[in-house]
Design a protein around this ligand. Structure first.
Ligand SMILES: Cc1cc2nc3c(=O)[nH]c(=O)nc-3n(C[C@H](O)[C@H](O)[C@H](O)COP(=O)(O)OP(=O)(O)OC[C@H]3O[C@@H](n4cnc5c(N)ncnc54)[C@H](O)[C@@H]3O)c2cc1C
Length: 536
């Protein structure tokens, strides 16, 4: 075992959260920080070209490419669960959509007893992180590390979708992260001048030359070093070599909603019976580790377009593709700059509900499944996802071997509400597609197809074709009840010197995409860690 040395802070995982922590904790030069990342450098050019995410779904060099367990709610299908395995983590392979969630999400976290996490409390951290291209206002910040930009240019199909949503009675909304989330409009993205701004680009790059920050890539953490109930270091494997470093201050797990609970369980912190079943010595019986997994289920609708203006059409023509490449190279515009949602909407499936319960991602191309080849016809896709699922699943080790992926069970569509709202989302979407503004474009519905009409048929379609929108969270959730894993300062209950700072800590999944919220969590955590360090 190689002794790598002593640090003040060891951060495991250089993803959305880990890169923020590495930057903030090393900023004043006072603390020695070690950042461990299982993946490699973010040198693959497709990481930096926004539309390149389509290629990264199926690239094991940058993606853990997990699979869920067979899902009873989805006809026992296993669902692909991509996660970034590279500097930047999932923010290097994600769809770039910048959405924070609803104000009420954070107020609900606060109502659970998590003092310091209401919307008023967290808004300053969203603003601190942000470099908003439109400038600062009451909701947005400017000059922060994370660039947030408008789409490079509008698209006639997206314009039609937004107009059709208005015709269907939904408001237009040009800022989903402003005063209200409800309505249809263009998404903003985490990008600058047409290039992806992952956490690695936004936060790690500017910090990389600091002499008090050490970054080790291809370092797969295999367990925590514990002295009784105190975390004092981390062990990892890099190629064939085993190594260990010690942390005089804290160990911070930022390995994501899959990696962090897995590492806790492998280290003897988790449900006692599960650990015992796999021969892991129980250090602290903490039943919430890996419990309460939430994810957003996505159900896609594919339409045939009456005009050859989709990205499918560009891809079919070598001339058009050459134009697309040239436009990107010269102007940083065109299809290659587009995020996984070009336009979108936050809608109510029932006018009686208080808040939008469904999110739409609208994109000007179509495939059978993400990562597949585009269809040979002119096509576009609109997907819907229920924003606040009730279903909760689990994350469990299936072996004491740190290289064996854990069992990921999101337990999709387990409740009546989730089934009803998911079907409702498709119905609202279909209503929009039938409005006059879509008529010049929406030639026919390819999937699910108009013969899929009744609620039962739509539910059967959701079960057969539904998949994730990549937001697994809540596997080490914050709270003070017996099922919680971390407290309101993100310290692991019952273990000293250890925090979890990533998507795992959400008490409930946010009503939207998760990257922006996780960056906020890490910004707030960095402040709390430094505050605690000053207090000793
Ligand atoms: C395909 C895809 C599309 C998405 N689209 C969007 C979107 O458009 N907008 C949005 O807001 N969100 C999106 N998301 C979700 C969002 O990107 C994630 O929720 C977020 O990046 C997770 O942040 P994290 O810090 O919790 O974990 P990650 O960013 O996943 O970081 C965890 C890091 O820890 C490393 N790690 C794990 N285990 C170990 C170990 N044992 N040792 C060392 N390192 C380890 C991983 O390699 C990774 O780098 C998407 C996600 C995916 C996968």
């Amino acid at each position: 075992m190689r002794e790598f040395g002593a640090f003040d802070y060891i951060i495991v995982g250089a993803g959305s959260a880990g890169c923020v922590l590495a930057n903030r904790l090393s900023a004043d030069g006072q603390y020695k920080v070690l950042l461990l990342e299982a993946g490699g450098e973010d040198s693959n050019p497709w990481i930096h070209i926004p539309l390149g995410y389509g290629k990264l779904f199926v690239d094991p060099k940058v993606n853990w490419m997990f699979q869920t367990t067979p899902q009873p709610g989805l006809n026992d299908r296993r669902i692909s669960q991509p996660r970034g395995k590279v500097l930047g983590g999932s923010s290097s392979i994600n769809g770039l959509v910048y959405v924070r969630g609803q104000k009420e999400d954070f107020d609900a976290w606060r109502r659970l007893g998590n003092v310091g996490w209401s919307h008023d409390d967290v808004l300053p951290y969203f603003r601190k992180a942000e470099d908003q291209a439109r400038g600062a206002d009451a909701f947005h910040g400017q000059g922060g590390p994370l660039p947030v930009s408008d789409q490079a240019e509008p698209h006639p199909l997206c314009d039609a979708f937004i107009a059709a949503a208005q015709e269907a009675g939904h408001p237009r909304n040009d800022d989903f992260n402003g005063a209200t989330q409800e309505g249809a409009g263009y998404y903003q993205t985490t990008s600058r001048r047409g290039l992806r701004a992952s956490s690695a680009v936004a936060y790690l790059r500017p910090a990389r030359r600091r002499s008090n920050l050490t970054v080790v890539t291809r370092a797969h953490a295999t367990g925590l070093v514990l002295e009784g109930r105190r975390a004092v270091g981390v062990e990892w494997r890099r190629d064939r070599e085993l190594a260990r470093a010690t942390a005089g201050g804290e160990v911070i797990l930022a390995a994501g909603a899959i990696g962090s609970p897995q590492l806790l369980q492998l280290s003897g912190i988790g449900p006692g019976d599960l650990l015992t079943a796999y021969g892991v010595r129980v250090i602290h019986d903490l039943p919430g580790v890996g419990a309460d997994l939430q994810d957003h289920l996505q159900v896609r609708m594919v339409l045939r377009c009456a005009q050859p203006i989709t990205f499918n059409d560009d891809m079919r023509s070598p001339w058009r593709m050459a134009g697309v490449g040239l436009k990107f190279a010269l102007q940083r515009r065109g299809p290659l700059t587009v995020s996984a949602g070009y336009a979108g909407a936050f809608l109510k499936t029932d006018p009686a509900v208080a808040l939008p319960d469904t999110q739409i991602h609208f994109i000007n191309f179509s495939t059978t499944k993400m990562g597949d080849k585009l269809h040979a016809f002119s096509g576009f896709t609109a997907s819907s996802c229920q924003l606040r699922p009730e279903s909760r699943g689990t994350l469990k080790i299936v072996s004491p071997d740190p290289f064996t992926p854990p069992a990921i069970d999101p337990n999709y569509l387990a409740t009546e509400t989730d089934r009803r709202v998911t079907v409702g989302g498709l119905k609202v979407l279909r209503d929009i597609m039938r409005q006059p503004a879509m008529l010049p474009f929406a030639e026919s519905e390819v999937e699910p197809g108009l013969d899929c009409a009744s609620d039962d048929q739509l539910l059967a379609y959701c079960r057969e074709r539904g998949s994730t929108i990549y937001h697994p969270t809540c596997t080490a959730r914050m709270g003070s009840d017996p099922g919680a894993v971390v407290d309101k300062r993100l310290k692991v209950h019952g273990i000293a010197g250890l925090r979890v700072v990533d998507g795992s800590i959400m008490p409930s999944v946010l009503s939207g995409n998760t990257h922006a919220g996780i960056v906020m969590i890490a910004e707030k955590a960095a402040d709390m860690i430094l505050e605690d360090a000053r207090a000793v």
